[in-house]
Design a protein around this ligand. Structure first.
Ligand SMILES: [Zn+2]
Length: 148
């Protein structure tokens, strides 16, 4: 358990210092919060979770921490039309599944390899450097509710 935490810490420190950023206690806490409960929370949700361990932190500070973590690539923003931005600390290549019923967001593993492997026929000369996969439907929990 501790091994995983230390490993995570090493990645975090390395990435931050590469971007010329210092690790602060606030950034650390915001990042840990995202890693501990990977349900793609909004900034408000991150704020209320962080407050449990850091009661004096402000929403503005949480926003600022999230922005910095996104800037240096440790955290991804997940946007869904007309909804507040959510945050994801899973750095593995993955897509997002949005449940239409309950609004939850789930990580979906993508096959590793080049985007062309996903069956995309890119016209000659185009090069992909970012792939966003968004799927919409009904999650297993909501699916089970519909059945009963
Ligand atoms: Zn995600």
């Amino acid at each position: 358990m501790n091994g995983i935490k230390n490993q995570r810490q090493a990645v975090l420190d390395r990435t931050l210092s590469r971007s010329g950023l210092r690790m602060t206690r606030q950034r650390q806490t915001v990042y840990d919060t995202l890693m501990d409960q990977r349900d793609h929370p909004t900034a408000d949700e991150v704020f209320s979770r962080v407050k449990r361990t850091m009661p004096t932190i402000s929403l503005a500070t949480v926003y600022n921490c999230l922005e910095k973590l996104v800037d240096c690539g440790l955290v991804r923003q997940v946007n869904r039309d007309r909804e507040s931005t959510r945050y994801c600390a899973n750095l593995k290549e993955h897509g997002h599944f949005y449940c239409r019923q309950c609004g939850s967001v789930h990580d979906i593993d993508l096959p590793s390899g080049q985007p062309a492997d996903l069956g995309l026929a890119l016209p000659e000369g185009f090069r992909v450097d970012q792939l966003d996969v968004n799927l919409r439907g009904v999650c297993p929990e909501c699916g089970a509710k519909q059945q009963s």
